[in-house]
Ligand binder design. Sequence first.
Ligand code: XBP
Length: 249
Amino acid sequence: MTLKALIFDVDGTLAETERDGHRVAFNLAFESSGLSWQWDVDTYGKLLEIGGGKERLKYYITYYKPDLPQKEPLDTFIRHLHLEKSRYYAKLLVSDTIPLRIGVKRLITEARQKGIRLAIASTASEENVKALLDTSLGKEMGQWFEVIAAGDMVKNKKPAPDIYLLALEKLNLSADECLAIEDTNQGLIAACEAGLKTVITVNDYSKNQDFDRAILVLNHLGEPDLFFEVIKGNTHNKSYFDIELAEKL
Ligand code: XBP
């Protein structure tokens, strides 16, 4: 089957947004809300097992702060706190743009030139995904992603396949016409369960996870002058990830 679309995860795959973006924004929101909570890099790594900012907050309060005084229903409190966090995240992206990971811009540009369609499948909220696309890629390139499947558009977040199934539905393509690009085991499970072949580019948070089901595992997508390291899979004599390699997978 011919490759027709690439479906990208966002956080950790397009850019290293988790440690330096979302985590920092959560901490700023805690501070401005009068909460003395601080998510350090290691704690945040553990909390990343819970996908979705609102879900992560709920898990943290339930298991780490069960005695938090409740002035309003927990879900309302979380919604407000998450809104505050999203405001900080958007501000942070503008003031201190988080760069795209190695090879991302090149691959997106090549896909666009060759008529390979582009889509997003992310657990993060739609507004936070768009904020990153606008600031890291710019408004024009951000529009190249014709499908954005994100956040609360589905009931069950990754590792459930729902967000990938939604992206496929919006693209009107079958799984064997697309390739997913992810950075975590949860994302890999979600994509595989939706029937997609998946390439992983690991990062510091995910590098020790189980990527058995991935077709290819790399340290990053690479560039013509900065080759990737292969952790698992057949790169067909390529030293950076391009559309030719994507088509061979
Ligand atoms: C992303 C997430 C999100 C972000 C926070 O996962 O888990 O929760 O950390 O974003 P993935 P929001 O990259 O696997 O899709 O606060 O917008 O939810």
